[in-house]
Ligand binder design. Sequence first.
Ligand SMILES: Cc1ncc(COP(=O)(O)O)c(C=O)c1O
Length: 455
Amino acid sequence: MQVYDNVLAMIGNTPLLEFRRLDAGPCRLFGKLELQNPGGSVKDRIALFMVEAAEKDGRLKPGGTLVEATAGNTGLGLALVAGQKGYHLKIVMPDKMSQEKVQHLKALGAEIIMTRSDVGKGHPEYYHDLAERIASETPGSVYISQFTNPANARAHYETTAPEIWEQMGGELDAVVVGVGSGGTLSGIGRFMKEKDPRVEMILADPEGSILAPLVNEGRHVEPGSWLVEGIGEDFVPPVCDIELASKAYPVSDRDAFLMARELLRTEGILAGSSTGVLLTAALRYCREQSEEKRVVVLVADSGNKYLSKMYNDYWMADQGFVRREATGDLRDLITRRHTEHATVTVGPDEPLTTAYKRMRLHDISQLPVLEDGAVVGILDESDLLLAVYGHEESFAGPVRGAMTRRLEIMSPGEPVEALMPVFRKDHVAIVQEQGAFLGLITRVDLLNYLRRKLP
Ligand SMILES: Cc1ncc(COP(=O)(O)O)c(C=O)c1O
C-alpha cells in the first residue's frame, strides 16, 4: 500500500469501476472515478497542472496570488494546491452555487468573491470578466483562466487519458464526457485520436446548453438554463476542441438527478449532478449499439456537495422532479406529508429546548404541536424567543406554555384561494382530516405549486 508524503501526490491514478447493475444493452460500461481525487473532482488534475505551468514560466512567484472564475470544482482543486504550495487564492463565483461549495472553499482558505448568475459574457459582473479585472488590479497575481489555459487540456492528455487507456488494456470504443471548459474533451480526445482514431468521444450535455445541437446538427441555438452543475455552456470555450465530439446527447435536469440517485442505489457510488447527465447519455449510447462496445464514462465529482439538493427528497419534490400521485386537493400542496414522511413535530409537554434543537437540526422555523395525532398548537421562533428572552430558564419549560393556539385548520377539500387570507395574516395553513394532521402548507409550498402548474 503506497504511503504519500503530500496530498498533491494523491491526485490522479483514480480507479475504474465496471457498472454491472445498470442496463447497458450489449455493451460493457466502466466509470472513471474522478470523485476519488483528494479535492473530490476531476478538476484537481488541471488545478495542479495550471499552477505548475505558471511556476515554470515564471508568472507565479513564491507567496503569489491565484485568481480564478469557477463554478466550484476548479476552485476546490486550486484551493487544495494553493494551500499546499503557500499561495493566496481569490475565487470569483456565480451566486447560484450551493452553500456546501462556498463553505468548503472558505474552509480550504480561499477568498470568495460572489457575483451575479443572471448576467452573460461581456457584462462587468460576469464571473469571468470580473476575475480578469481583479487579477489585473492585484500585484503578483496570476489569472488562471481555465477556459483559455493550455495546461487544462494537457492535464488530461498527460494523465487522465493514459490512465484510461492502460486500465482498459488499450481496448475501448468510446469515452463519455461533459464540457465545462472543454479541457477534458480536448485532452482525452486528442490522446485517443493519436492512439486509436476509432475511439469515439461522446458529449453529454445538459438541456439548455448550446453544445449538443452544435455537435449533432451544427446549429447555433440560444442558451437556456439548467440546474446541473459543472457542465453545459452558453459559448464554446477557447480550450474546447468541440470537433472531437462525434455525437452528443442532451439530458434534462430531471433525468440527470434521477440517474445519479439510481447510480447510488445500484452501484453504491455517490456522485454529482453532472454524472447523472453523463451516465444517462452513456446508457442511451450503449443501448443504441447492436454489438458489444467497451465504453468509459467520467464520474467527475462527488455527491457530497449535492446532499441538500438532488439527494434530498423534499428538494426534489419542491422542484417537481419527483412526481407524486395527484389528489386534486390541498394535499398536492403539502411538501412534507405527515402520512408519508413523519413531519418534524413536537409534543405539548416536551421542553422548549427540545423544540429549539429540532428546529436547528432540520433548519425549519416552526413546529406543529401534536397531541393524539391532531395539531393543538404551533411553535415558531418568535414564540420561542418571547418565552425565553430574559427568562432563559424557561427553555426547560413545556412547549404548551409558549405555543400559539390561534390555528388555521383547513380540510383538504377547501379551495386553493382559501390559503391567501391565511398567508396575509402571516400564518401557516394546517391541513387536517377528521382530526388527523396531514401536513403544513407555507407560502413557499403555494409558490412551488403555482410554478409546477406552468407549462
Ligand atoms: C462536474 C464536472 N466538472 C467538470 C467536467 C469537465 O469539465 P471540463 O470541460 O472543464 O474539462 C465535467 C465533465 O464531465 C464534470 O462533469
